[in-house]
Design a protein around this ligand. Structure first.
Ligand code: FAD
Length: 352
């Protein structure tokens, strides 16, 4: 019998994790990724709860642990820099925290011999029919697949094509932020500094590379699509939000202008009534992003991938039954994470 052909869009966390599990279960898997190579994301991600079992099942738990940021905690300061409290490492770093680029790199490495990766490309149309889905790409020639899986993040192309416009699914929580690195001029050593007011937060930490300071500047904003604008406009919004701030803000704004690893993200959630349409299904942030502030996005992407793989294996090829069982099982977990994401965002000045 020919293998079931699966196309996964997105090669970050959910995509390659699912690719690994589906290959193990006998599927013929292709992963298409818009970026030209595995992404070199600048921030750290953490793992909680059952995500450790998924890392173990993927055979990468020890290797991932080897990249732990080993944060020792975060000091809270006020606008003058005076210490007002301490947070334990788990508050931001979960049970284990690693640079996201290391996780993506490991997941890519363990699948690259068995899974076809197409970097620098994107799906352009999905046409479902009785026995499969016809797919066109920006660069690759047209292909046929039995199943198509969107693991392509908050602004999922698969979701847009199969479910509808981003505005129907993406909910901005009123908080956006910039991230970048600069020299570790504060001499932080596996520690963080957090200064937050009603509608801004400055979070600084150094781990891994002792010479670099990772900077996050977050602020409340009613502009939902700042993360879709250009770098100039994003930096202007950051400067405006921190214009009257003292403490480290002026120096950090200068460092932001000079940074070559600047990124910008809005705190969003994805809400959908259903996570599948026929032979097309969503996993990870594409289907049910809980917001970066939840601290659960990476765990959720891994657990989502494993739940989907297990339900497909159990259903013996009946994708309709598998997709329904996947959603029934995962929805309560996602709902809890999304509630937590909303509460955590409100603490930093966001709120719908
Ligand atoms: C600033 C920031 C900080 C965060 N901090 C944490 C944290 O501390 N802890 C935590 O657990 N989580 C954190 N997260 C969230 C975490 O990164 C995500 O929840 C997690 O990576 C979700 O994985 P994913 O594979 O579903 O999606 P993503 O990691 O978003 O990956 C989507 C992939 O799809 C690709 N893609 C997009 N469009 C297309 C297309 N058209 N065609 C092909 N490929 C496409 C993208 O390039 C990307 O590689 C943070 C997120 C941000 C933005």
């Amino acid at each position: 019998m020919p293998k079931t052909k699966v196309l996964i869009s997105g090669a970050s966390v959910a995509g390659p994790a699912l690719a690994s599990l589906l290959h193990r279960d006998g599927y013929d898997v292709t992963v298409v990724e818009r970026a030209p190579a595995p992404r070199d994301s600048g921030y750290a991600v953490d793992f909680r709860g059952a995500a450790f079992d998924v890392l173990d099942e993927l055979g990468i738990l020890d290797e991932v642990r080897g990249h732990a940021t080993a944060m020792r905690g975060t000091t809270l300061v006020d606008e003058t820099g005076a210490v007002t409290g301490q947070l334990p490492a788990e508050a931001f770093a979960g049970e284990l925290e690693v640079p996201k680029r290391e996780l993506t790199r490991i997941l890519h490495r363990i699948t690259s011999d068995d899974v076809e990766y197409v970097f620098g490309d994107s799906i352009t149309t999905l046409t479902p029919h009785a026995t499969g889905v016809s797919v066109t790409f920006e660069r690759t020639a047209d292909r046929e697949y039995d199943l198509v899986i969107g693991a392509d993040g908050v602004y999922s192309q698969v979701r847009r094509l199969a479910f509808g416009p981003h505005a129907d699914a993406v909910r901005h929580l009123g908080l956006s932020g910039a991230g970048f690195t600069t020299t570790n001029y504060l001499g932080l050593d596996h520690r963080g500094l957090l200064q937050h007011s009603k509608d801004t937060a400055i979070y600084l930490f150094s781990a891994g590379d002792p010479d670099r300071l990772t900077v996050s500047l977050s602020f409340a904003t009613a502009s939902p699509d700042l993360d879709r604008r250009g770098r100039g406009e994003q930096q202007e919004a950051v400067r405006a939000a921190f214009a009257r701030h003292g403490w480290q803000a002026p120096r950090l704004l200068d460092a932001m202008t000079a940074a070559d690893d600047f990124y910008f993200a809005s705190t969003c959630q994805v809400h959908l009534d259903r996570w599948s349409r026929g032979r097309i299904v969503l996993v990870g942030d594409a289907g049910y992003c809980a917001a970066p502030t939840s601290g659960m996005g990476t765990s959720q992407a891994l657990i989502g991938a494993r739940t989907l793989a297990r339900r497909l294996a159990e259903a013996g090829g009946d994708h309709t039954a598998a997709f329904a069982a996947y959603e029934t099982e995962l929805r309560p977990y996602v709902a809890r994470n999304q509630t937590h994401g909303q509460q955590a965002t409100a603490m930093f000045g966001g709120g719908e």
